[in-house]
Design a protein around this ligand. Sequence first.
Ligand code: ADP
Ligand code: MG
Length: 250
Amino acid sequence: MVLADGVSKSFGSNEVLKSISLEVKRGEVMCLVGPSGSGKSTFLRLINHLEILSAGRLSVDGDLVGYREHGGKLYELKPKEAAMQRRDIGMVFQRFNLFPHMTALENVMEAPIRVKGQSKAEVRKRALDLLARVGLAERADYYPAHLSGGQQQRVAIARALAMDPKLMLFDEPTSALDPELVGEVLDVMKELATSGMTMIVVTHEMGFAREVADSLVFMDGGVVVESGDPRDVLSNPQHERTKAFLSKVL
Ligand code: ADP
Ligand code: MG
């Protein structure tokens, strides 16, 4: 579903991703962990066309996102093609980014109505189903300001699912939450993983990684330091940098 081959990204002279190669198969969950500034968000943003790669090859579901040989010509999708590809990718951020002037239901209905041209009744029914799926059937008519952080994040997940994505990207979805609200969001993500969704999850929740992820990738300084089965990496890290990081978050 996601194939990165030698993906690099620089901002000016700052090379924040240095030849990242990794693969996420359909239906797999990959957890991406590493210290702040290691390039995790930048990697997700490349997948979702929020940044343009500097070198390497990146594809989603067999479709090229971007390709460039070092110093060579950039091959990237035309804006229309990129927009089409982005429709198939759901993204959930640390901050919930809900529209404050819309109810939970309206937030979930917004993109499909705007983009897909389905009837309002159809979209509404599906949005209510999605809110029920994230445990918020009773909160459909609430505005974000009247929902807890965990509830808002679950609405954000339902909103991303409303576009029927084939890939979900999560960028520290529970980092901004009070500790007692983290579990309800992770539970929704677990259910999503069990249903077969392909997911890349940037998180510091190692319990989630151990229990749910098919692979764990530890990044530091823009490189993949080590990766593998989460249980192996967590219980038997091979690199000093991994050990040092895990000793802080476990
Ligand atoms: P992480 O998510 O692992 O904390 P990021 O991908 O956000 O790391 O950032 C990696 C590095 O890239 C940081 O040094 C950050 O300052 C830099 N960076 C990220 N986005 C930009 C940008 N738009 N312009 C310049 N530098 C950026
Ligand atoms: Mg980040």
